[in-house]
Structures are given as structure tokens and as C-alpha cells.
Design a protein around this ligand. Structure first.
Ligand code: FE2
Length: 348
């Protein structure tokens, strides 16, 4: 590609006239927005080690009472996007939220889609549109755009979960807003993962209206995902062991914006993931290992170590290799990426 004219090549008077008329010449910036073959990626390779974050999160619990926080969250901000922009990737917001025993987060709803991945603690539940969703380690709890949700914690220790939202995307679409509501009335005693969607390939007929684009299942229990990955491991002695979380009625991703998945690393295994356009976030549910990223300036020469409860991030258009450090135990990671959006846009 040949070199294009620079802004400084233009007479100052002409540049001033353009500015006064709200005009910008494209050619000086064209290579920046349309670089040759590889996109500019602000997302940096990163590990938010839970060991570092946890004491700061508990400190937030001492420094800021719930009335002053409403949602007591430390945002996992990727410095490549500017910390103040609170982005892990272009479309994904990540936050670690702490609720102490007896605390509640008031009923509210918002336009961004949200999933929470339970990191530690027991005895909490999120009520989504009247459906109480128990929160256990590794579970995914969904609150699709516009659904009412409130959090309660009746356990004894702190509870921490990882919020995953498409907030940066919805914010840039100038469509991000929230509202508060009255305490919800429970409509059932248990979430739908217990009965309606307790088995893969079997869906309920009673009073269900098919065709809604939102997943009718709001809680994806980790225990079931883990069992599924272990069953796959006994069937397939080699190759990538991964699953996608989908709407059980129609197989589509949980949200149009963010795709969720989980993968298992066999003991001692090192595996390179298929190269993809979308950046990716990993949350380590079990085990310890290393992530090596090739193809981005932010990746250091050495792989990043990770352990249970860490959250990692890598940009797209890179080669990501994951290693399980244990020779005897499997490792499990939950992933979130922007693949549904990339597919919709035809750039995947
Ligand atoms: Fe919320």
C-alpha cells in the first residue's frame, strides 16, 4: 500500500475551514481505521488474578456500605481501552461484585444483557422475573435485556460473582439505561434448570410460548456443564473439549452480543485454540495452568500463569494456547466472546 497525504500537508487555512464546517479529510486517517489485513486491537492480554482482587473487593465491603454502593463492584478494566471506559473487550464489561451476608441488591432492570458467573460463596440467589435462581460456584445466571432482577444473600460468608455485560456496546449505541422497581413476588420455588430443562434435548410443552428470542432458562448449573465435559472427555481421548451455552429451545447463543462457552483441559494437556476474530475472556472455574498468546504486542515473552478463580483476556486475531499444569486433575474454564455479534455482522 502506498503512503497517503498527511494532515500537515494541507494549508492551515483549509484545515480551519474544514473544522469550522464539521468536516474531516479521510485520507490522513484512512490507514488507521482500515489497516492492512490485521485490525487494530486495543484489547490487551491480561490476567486479573483473584488473589490480588479479592482483598481489595473485601476492603470495598468495609469502606462502602451497600446503601452507598447499590452495586458493590470492582470493574475489571482493560488498560488498552482506557481504565475509565470500563471495558474488558470492545463489547464486554466485566465486574467482580461482592454481597455480604444479609445484604440485598434492590430490584432493577436495564437495557444491557447480563450474565453472572458465581466465583465464591453460598446461600445467595438472584430473582429474575419472579424466578429464584440459586447461585453456586460456576453457575451462569442470565438477566437478558429488560428483565427484572434482584439479589439476596442468606448465607454466612461473602458471595462474589463475575458480572459479564454487553454494556460498552449498548452504551455506545446510546441505549444504556436502568430503572428500579418494587421487590419481586416469587412465581416459583426453583429455577427452570431443575424441571423444565433438566435434560438436554428435552423441552417442556406446558404453557410455553416458543419463538421468544431470549433463553427461557435463566440458570445454567455448573455441575451439569462439568459432567457433560467429563463425559465428552471419556468419549474423545484427544482434541479440544469445549461446549457452547445455548438457548435450549432453539440452539441460539444466550445473547445476540456475547457468546458463552466452557472448555476442559485434560490433565497435563496443552491445546491451541482455533484462531478467531473475536477477543475472548476466560474465567478459571477449576485448576491451574498457563495462557500463551501469540500475535499481539501486549503479550509478554512468557506465558501468563493462572489459577482457579482468575479471569483472563486476549484480543482476537491471535493464537491462544492453554496449558493445564496438573498431571492428574482436569482444568475447567468458562469463556465469553463477541462471536454472535461478529457472525451477525459477517466478520466472524
Ligand atoms: Fe443488574
Amino acid at each position: 500500500m502506498h503512503e497517503l497525504g498527511k494532515l500537515e500537508d494541507l494549508p492551515q487555512g483549509y484545515r480551519d475551514d474544514l473544522t469550522a464546517t464539521n468536516l474531516v479529510p479521510l485520507w490522513p486517517s484512512m490507514r488507521a481505521v482500515l489497516p492492512p489485513r490485521i485490525p487494530t486491537r486495543h484489547t490487551q492480554v491480561l490476567n486479573w488474578s483473584y488473589e490480588s482482587v479479592r482483598p481489595l473487593l473485601l476492603q470495598a465491603g468495609e469502606l462502602t456500605p451497600m446503601e452507598k454502593a447499590e452495586r458493590r463492584v470492582l470493574v475489571l478494566a482493560n488498560p488498552g481501552h482506557g481504565l475509565e471506559n470500563m471495558q474488558a473487550t470492545p463489547s464486554i464489561y466485566l465486574g467482580l461484585q461482592l454481597i455480604l451476608p444479609g445484604e440485598t441488591a434492590p430490584n432493577h432492570r436495564h437495557t444491557p444483557n447480563a450474565v453472572r458467573v458465581i466465583v465464591e460463596g453460598e446461600g445467595a440467589f438472584t430473582t429474575v422475573d419472579g424466578e429464584p435462581c440459586r447461585m453456586e460456584r460456576g453457575d451462569l445466571i442470565l438477566t437478558p435485556a429488560g428483565k427484572w432482577h434482584e439479589h439476596h444473600h442468606e448465607g454466612t460468608g461473602p458471595i462474589v460473582w463475575l458480572d459479564v455485560l454487553d454494556l460498552p456496546l449498548v452504551y455506545r449505541l446510546e441505549s444504556s439505561w436502568a430503572m428500579e422497581g418494587q421487590l419481586q413476588q416469587k412465581r416459583s420455588e426453583r429455577d427452570k434448570s431443575f424441571a423444565d430443562y433438566s435434560a438436554a434435548g428435552v423441552v417442556p410443552n406446558m404453557g410455553f410460548q416458543r419463538g421468544d428470542s431470549n433463553s427461557p432458562m435463566l440458570r445454567y448449573p455448573w455441575a451439569k456443564t462439568r459432567t457433560c465435559l467429563l463425559e465428552m472427555a471419556s468419549e474423545y481421548p484427544e482434541g479440544l473439549l469445549s461446549i457452547s451455552y445455548v438457548n435450549p429451545e432453539n440452539g441460539t447463543p444466550l445473547f445476540p452480543s456475547i457468546g458463552f462457552g466452557a472448555l476442559m483441559l485434560r490433565p497435563g494437556e496443552t491445546i491451541t485454540l482455533p484462531k478467531r476474530t473475536t477477543p475472548v475472556v476466560f474465567h478459571v472455574v477449576e485448576g491451574a495452568g498457563q495462557m500463551n498468546v501469540v500475535g499481539h504486542a501486549s503479550a509478554g515473552a512468557e506465558p501468563l500463569d493462572f489459577i482457579n478463580k482468575d479471569t483472563l483476556c486476549a484480543p482476537g486475531y491471535t493464537d491462544i494456547t492453554l496449558t493445564n499444569r496438573s498431571a492428574t486433575e482436569p482444568a475447567f474454564l468458562i469463556s465469553a466472546d463477541e462471536s454472535p455479534l461478529h457472525q451477525y455482522l459477517g466478520i466472524f
